[in-house]
Design a protein around this ligand. Structure first.
Ligand code: FE2
Length: 242
């Protein structure tokens, strides 16, 4: 007598239970932070000494290897157990923004995101004025590249304390803004195009208290305008902030 080639009902039920338990275990692990870390420390897109003499290798070693690495490590540690809708770093930042109980998470998550973005905004032999459609967008929003540059330098000089200076897309317009401490445009629904870190750790070894000289040096010699132009294209594809 041949046995039917199917699971016996009780065995089938137990198998279904096992599958359900396994799925629940995976979900629980994700919710409790047992999955992949939200933030990954991105490598520098150029050698550590490639931005010298405008930003020294020692500044980059400390900035990328110590400060940025610290933000990534702390953000991932603080994100464990946090339940949010979505799994992208930007989802986590938006979920933590303005929540008093998640201040440390917001600060470290934003700093991890801001630094990864900032390092990509730079390149050796960069800077100067952009060309093509990006130049047209800047002219349309500011009147000229010189006026954009003045607005960016003023924002850096006028900002009190640590923070960031940004070129962002706000609807159809490009706007210069500064954010304090770890704050980031993506927490405000704006799409970042260019960032310059104005925390003292970004420039003090090379420029001491001359923040304006550092920002001018970045604009003149290091901005990766191809990356900035790419961010506008990304914004057009996604329809807004990341
Ligand atoms: Fe920094």
């Amino acid at each position: 007598m041949t046995r039917p080639n199917r699971l016996h009902p009780p065995l089938k039920t137990r198998f279904a239970l096992l599958v359900a338990c396994a799925a629940a275990a995976v979900l629980l692990a994700h919710c409790e932070g047992g999955g992949a870390p939200v933030f990954v420390q991105e490598p520098l897109p150029y050698p550590q000494d490639a931005l010298a003499p405008y930003i020294s290798a020692e500044t980059m070693r400390l900035h990328h290897g110590i400060h940025y690495a610290g933000y990534v490590e702390k953000a991932n540690r603080l994100a464990k157990g946090v339940r949010i809708a979505g799994s992208a770093p930007e989802d986590l930042i938006r979920a933590a923004a303005g929540e008093p109980g998640r201040r440390a998470l917001f600060n470290n998550a934003s700093q991890a995101w801001n630094h990864a973005f900032f390092f990509k905004c730079l390149k050796p032999k960069g800077g100067g004025a952009p060309e093509g459609p990006l130049a047209e967008r800047i002219n349309a929003s500011f009147g000229s590249f010189a006026r954009f540059k003045n607005a960016f330098l003023s924002a850096a000089e006028d900002h009190f304390g640590s923070g960031w200076v940004w070129l962002v897309q706000d609807g159809e317009k490009l706007v210069v803004m500064a954010t304090a401490d770890a704050d980031t445009p993506i927490a405000h629904g704006l799409a970042p195009l260019l960032a310059v870190d104005i925390w003292e750790h970004a420039y003090y070894l090379d420029y001491q208290n001359r923040r304006a000289d550092y920002v001018r040096s970045v604009l003149d010699n290091l901005v990766n305008w191809d990356f900035v132009a790419g961010q506008i294209q990304e914004t057009q594809k996604s329809g807004g902030a990341p």
